[in-house]
Design a binder for this molecule. Structure first.
Ligand code: PMP
Length: 382
């Protein structure tokens, strides 16, 4: 009997090979070489979870709430979130469960809805996870380019729809652009999906960071919309891994069934603590981010081309043509220059087929923002 010696790398499943993580790794590797970085690359708030909510988490642990929760989450949290959702988007058929982060919700949505070969429409630029997740389940990402204004052109969406289209993935306020969809765009995409019988998955993780007016979900115009939301950004608890999903009952029940065999449940003590979080008024934090948005917009105006963000905590400027000192350079080349000046931002090609822009996170102290603006102004002059 012969024993074949197989290289461990040959065991890796094909589904993992469609994408890699080298782009973002390169940025992190560069960041590690920086001594005192002006870090405007972070995708999470710069404030901490308020003390009262942290205490609730400690109390939940101390009082023994450390076991599995029901797969769908603890009842009082589900009820509270359901009541909030029902007051905005009344529907007989809307169910809700607690996921392991918004990312967990996205994974379960893909597994539940996308068959191999199904096409999923994604607006480019997009949140990094979308394309690999679609590919992981055998789906085909169909990218719609939204440059230069990052608006949704419904005609382009209509043209992209084929008999294989299963889903449109929508994200407003957007990561990486900070752009918020207009009411007409939201209504348009919601009604188009309804008309065509296509699933609409709306990632609303940045919904509290919607400056000026409250965010309206496409669920208002299309009751079949599947909404992915979570506590990570709104309460600065990205490490707590708490998300929630609401949508048509059968789809939510399917996602819960899959959660049972994958994530099992979201962290139990933190679900209890997030009940306390829901009673905590975070408005001042969001207002503060609105003024940070104003600060970065004023700081970069006249130096860069950008669309003024209406939400989230990102701005996505275009690399100026003079930035290389000898004509246009790519987003990646520009970021290398920024890093040489101790400024960490993210190249646009991490989020896009194009490499022409870069993402700045304004979730930073005003001092850090001002230092970053100074470097960016210098780089813009070439
Ligand atoms: N969607 C978007 C658009 C995001 O920016 C992020 C986090 N960067 C997520 C989902 C994932 O959030 P969570 O930490 O809740 O998994």
């Amino acid at each position: 009997m012969t024993t074949e010696h197989r290289n461990a790398s040959s065991w890796i499943a094909d589904r993992t090979l469609a994408f890699d993580s080298s782009g973002i790794r390169k940025v992190f590797a560069l960041a590690a070489t920086m001594k005192n970085p002006i870090n405007l690359s972070i995708g999470q708030p710069d404030y901490d979870v308020p003390a009262e909510i942290r205490r609730s988490a400690c109390e939940a642990i101390e009082s023994g709430k450390n076991m599995y929760s029901p797969t769908q989450g603890i009842a009082p949290l589900i009820e509270k979130l359901k009541a909030e959702v029902a007051s905005k988007y009344p529907s007989e058929d809307r169910d809700l469960f607690i996921s392991s982060g918004t990312s967990g919700g996205l994974v379960l949505a893909m597994l539940s809805l996308v068959n191999p070969g199904d096409e999923v429409i994604v607006f480019d630029p997009y949140f990094v996870m979308y394309v690999p997740l679609i590919q992981l389940v055998g789906g085909v990402p169909v990218l719609i380019d939204t440059y230069p204004d990052f608006r949704i052109d419904l005609n382009k969406v209509r043209d992209a729809i084929t008999p294989r289209t299963k889903m449109v993935l929508f994200n407003s306020p957007s990561n990486p652009t900070g752009v918020t969809a207009t009411l007409e765009e939201i209504r348009g995409i919601a009604e188009l999906c309804l008309e065509k019988g296509i699933a609409l998955l709306s990632d609303e993780i940045y919904s509290p960071f919607h400056f000026g007016s409250p965010m309206v979900s496409p669920a208002k115009f299309n009751p079949q919309t599947i909404v992915i939301d979570g506590f990570s950004k709104s309460y600065a608890m990205t490490g707590w891994r708490l998300g929630y999903v609401h949508g048509p009952r059968e789809i939510i029940q399917t996602m819960i069934k899959l959660q049972q065999y994958t994530f099992v449940c979201a962290p139990t003590p933190l679900q209890h603590a997030s009940l306390a979080a829901m009673d905590y008024d975070m408005t001042a934090f969001y207002k503060n981010y609105e003024s940070k948005r104003d600060r970065i917009v004023e700081g970069l105006r006249g130096y860069y081309e950008f669309v003024e963000p209406g939400g989230a905590f990102y701005i996505f400027p275009k690399v100026p043509s003079g930035a290389s000192g000898k004509g246009a350079c790519t987003g990646s080349e520009f970021v290398a220059k920024a890093i040489a000046n101790e400024l960490l931002v993210i190249p646009g090609n991490i989020f896009s087929k194009r490499d022409t822009h870069f993402r700045v996170s304004f979730a930073a102290s005003d001092e850090t923002l001002d230092r970053g603006i100074e470097v960016l102004r210098k780089l813009a002059r070439g």
